[in-house]
Write a protein that binds this ligand. Structure first.
Ligand SMILES: NC(=O)c1ccc[n+]([C@@H]2O[C@H](COP(=O)([O-])OP(=O)(O)OC[C@H]3O[C@@H](n4cnc5c(N)ncnc54)[C@H](OP(=O)(O)O)[C@@H]3O)[C@@H](O)[C@H]2O)c1
Length: 296
């Protein structure tokens, strides 16, 4: 992972190292993590709590959030759970009102909740809802939550939003049109929003993760033997982004493909077309199996 820390963040980290100060800038802060009921969000919530932050856990499954909250409290941390469907705009607005009233401004927001769809266009012609539901959870939900929490962040002149997006934003792999377009929308939103909030010391980071072994990718047989990070490793990347507030975190390999996509676009089209044929749709994507919660 490449983490492009701002010079200020690098200087702060250096000072902490030189003075033997192992405290985290997250200590005493309020961090809201969406998608905290499993995978990367759960691991991030646990890691942030051990650094002394108060963690606000958001996802739909109340019992899973309760499990995560219990684990954090058992380890001596502080967490509160909010069962909210981020695709329900009124519920997101109510969450914002409740959180700001009870906790004051959120210092860090991690827009991690998401849904991935890996499905060929040829299987998608009569499935417009694939585009709608990825946009609902990967774009409109986090944007609505961010817009709700921003005024209090700007007023206190501190805030930081981390978006957990994907290397697909740079790579643009076949079968991910719906998913990657929704994540790209969030990535671009953050880049522009951060320019407007810069003068209020409110910053945005896009963390463009590669493959992480979680429930989300389980239905895709092609990934069974592909190297992947663990949720805990991905969470450490997110935590470092929370502490250092870089603009982007990404992979060297994704940067190389991004450059190739610009300098030799038809050559990369050919390469990806061959890969598209070599790695078919999963059983879940073709409807041969129907996982309850995730759709690869
Ligand atoms: N795994 C990878 O390879 C990979 C790679 C790059 C980026 N990412 C991104 O990483 C993020 C976390 O994914 P993961 O891999 O950790 O998968 P995961 O374990 O399936 O986590 C997804 C989380 O999102 C929550 N969620 C889904 N829909 C929601 C909704 N409508 N409202 C509220 N919460 C919702 C889920 O909780 P509930 O079901 O309880 O609501 C769950 O906590 C996603 O944004 C994903 O796109 C993953």
């Amino acid at each position: 992972m490449l983490l492009l820390a701002t010079p200020l963040a690098r200087a702060r980290r250096l000072v902490r190292t030189l003075t033997g100060d192992d405290s985290s800038p997250l200590a005493g802060r309020t961090v809201l993590v969406t998608g905290a009921s499993s995978g990367i969000g759960e691991a991030t919530a646990l890691a942030v709590a051990t650094r002394g932050a108060t963690v606000l856990l958001v996802a739909r499954r109340a019992e899973e959030l309760e499990r995560v909250r219990g684990a954090i409290e058992a380890a001596g941390g502080t967490a509160y759970a909010f069962a909210v469907d981020l695709t329900d705009g009124d519920a997101v607005d109510a969450l914002v009102r409740q959180v700001v009233a009870e906790f004051g401004p959120v210092d860090h927001l991690v827009n991690n909740a998401g849904r991935s769809i890996r499905r060929s266009l040829s299987l998608t012609h009569d499935r417009f809802h694939d585009f709608e539901r990825t946009m609902a959870v990967n774009y409109f939900g986090p944007v609505r939550l961010t817009m709700g929490l921003l005024p209090a962040m700007r007023a206190q002149r501190f805030g930081h939003v981390v978006n957990v997006v994907t290397w697909g934003v740079q790579v643009k792999s076949p079968k991910f049109a719906a998913y990657t377009a929704s994540k790209s929308a969030l990535d671009v939103f953050a880049r522009i929003a951060g320019r407007e909030t810069y003068r209020d010391n409110v910053t945005f980071t896009n963390v463009r993760l590669g493959l992480v072994r979680t429930d989300m990718v389980a239905p895709t047989e092609a990934y069974a033997r592909t190297p992947a990070q663990t949720a805990e490793q991905a969470a450490e990347v997110v935590v470092r982004a929370l502490e250092d507030r870089p603009v982007t975190v990404d992979l060297v390999s994704a940067r190389v493909v991004a450059v190739a996509n610009v300098v030799a676009p038809r050559l990369t089209d050919l390469a990806f077309s061959l890969a598209d044929r070599a790695f078919g749709d999963s059983a879940a994507a073709t409807g041969r199996t129907t996982p309850e919660r995730v759709q690869a």
